[in-house]
Write a protein that binds this ligand. Structure first.
Ligand SMILES: C[S@@+](CC[C@H](N)C(=O)[O-])C[C@H]1O[C@@H](n2cnc3c(N)ncnc32)[C@H](O)[C@@H]1O
Length: 413
């Protein structure tokens, strides 16, 4: 049986994974060896996938190729891959794996199967979430009949053919697009890589659904892999709170929050985004769902908020990551504070403010401090009514705290 993932608009719970497959080759060839320094295996044993250069005692093998990993006493502790030019020198694949044969296939299969029990009411699903699925350096998102993969490391780059082969066998999607543009590739010695890895049919915009809302996804021109799947649960949360309410959606992208709000009875939605392409997609998506009362404004949020006189029942703020590295922390925090202050001033009394940050370097505690400062500056007495991180399919490994980048706080104002 092939995986009919979304091929007929199938929700994730009804997906079936191909059980009987024949791969062209195993991936046992050319496996090297890494020995860790004494006491450097503790976090790996707990499931953390990274070892930095100072933790490595010796490495024999091909840079980027698979390695067996041993602790200092020579006990095998798993399989990974090495990049000698990267600060993160060793990345583990899976957890306590001992057999390199069909490893990538087995790990991808496990990731897809995990998602089957989540009952996600959509045919747009993250199938592989990097380190959190034991596949450091690999993201796979599925949009109906189209898979989009992101490769972030040399080790995964070398395994690309096996990844495509595994996805082909497991999912059977006619189209696979690669969108490997993360800045981490530079440190791995890799250039950006975009293009079709499989294209058995012509692809334009891909139509997907989330509950009762349809979206057109542009996997080539769109941001990230085409859609912000990570905010799915918050879009669903909003649906229950918008009836007869006016909504301001700031940094709206293709209208995720906006269209769910309108579909669930919001009286009016104003969406603001600086990107022309995002606004174009928002117009298309509004039309696709036959929705009215949607004002789309192509503008910088700071400029919009500075000049806006109106107040709204609900304000959503989901900006891009302002903090891209540790050294940007204070500068980025200032931008978050100012944007949140301005946004809070546009919320009506007893209105709702939903604020997100996707900056990995900003932890939840600091984000809430920024929100407190913003509320004091805006002279608003706010109460937290909900907190959320990632959509269900962005499941996290408890051993990998670094995977927690998205934070959302919902406040009553
Ligand atoms: C994280 S995405 C928002 C995702 C959206 N909430 C969703 O559910 O699909 C951030 C968006 O902010 C937009 N953006 C970035 N800088 C901006 C600015 N200064 N003013 C307005 N929009 C901005 C980007 O174009 C992008 O669409």
């Amino acid at each position: 049986m092939s995986l009919e993932l979304g091929l007929k608009g199938t929700p994730m719970s009804e997906v079936q994974v191909n059980e009987e497959v024949k791969l062209n080759r195993g991936d046992s060839a050319l496996i090297g060896t890494v020995r860790l320094k004494p006491n450097r295996d503790k976090t790996v044993r707990l499931g953390h996938p990274w070892v930095f250069s100072k933790g490595i005692a010796s490495f024999e093998g091909i840079n980027g190729g698979l390695v067996r990993v041993f602790c200092s006493q020579n006990t095998p502790i798993g399989i990974g891959y090495v990049n000698e030019r990267s600060n993160i020198r060793l990345r583990m694949l899976g957890h306590f794996e001992s057999d390199p044969d069909r490893l990538i296939f087995r790990l991808i299969k496990k990731s897809i199967e995990r998602r089957k029990i989540l009952n996600i009411p959509s045919n747009a699903v993250r199938l592989v979430n990097g380190e959190n699925d034991g596949l450091s350096g690999l993201i796979v998102d599925c949009y109906h009949r189209v898979l989009v993969i992101q490769i972030g490391t040399l080790g995964m780059e070398i395994l690309k053919d096996q990844i495509v082969e595994a996805l082909d066998l497991l999912v059977g999607a006619p189209v696979i697009y690669e969108k490997s543009t993360s800045i981490s590739r530079k440190e791995e010695g890799l250039k950006s890589s975009n293009g079709w890895l499989k294209k058995d049919e012509e692809v334009g915009l891909v139509e997907i659904f989330e509950k009762d809302v349809r979206f057109l996804i542009d996997v080539v021109e769109g941001q990230k892999t085409g859609f912000f799947l990570d905010q799915r649960n918050m879009r669903f949360w909003l649906k229950d709170h918008v009836e007869h309410k006016s909504v301001l959606n700031l940094c709206a992208y293709s209208g995720g929050f906006s269209l769910h709000a309108l579909k669930s009875g919001a009286s009016k939605v104003t969406s603001v985004d600086i990107s022309r392409e995002a606004c174009r997609q928002m117009h298309l998506n509004t039309e696709l769902n036959g929705l009215k009362n949607h004002e789309i404004i192509e503008k910088d949020v700071f400029e919009f908020l500075t000049n806006c006189q109106e107040r709204y029942d609900i304000v959503v703020l989901d900006p891009p990551a302002f903090i891209k590295s540790k050294k940007d922390l204070l500068k980025g925090a200032k931008a978050y504070r100012e944007m949140n202050r301005l946004a809070l001033e546009k919320v009506k009394n007893r209105g709702i403010f939903l604020s997100s940050s996707c900056s990995y370097f900003l932890d939840e505690g600091f984000f809430e401090t920024i929100l407190l400062e913003a509320s004091l500056l805006a002279k608003r007495d706010v109460q937290v009514i909900h907190r959320h991180s990632l959509a269900l399919d962005h499941m996290k490994s408890l051993a990998f705290r670094e995977g927690e980048y998205l934070k959302t706080v919902v406040m009553l104002c």
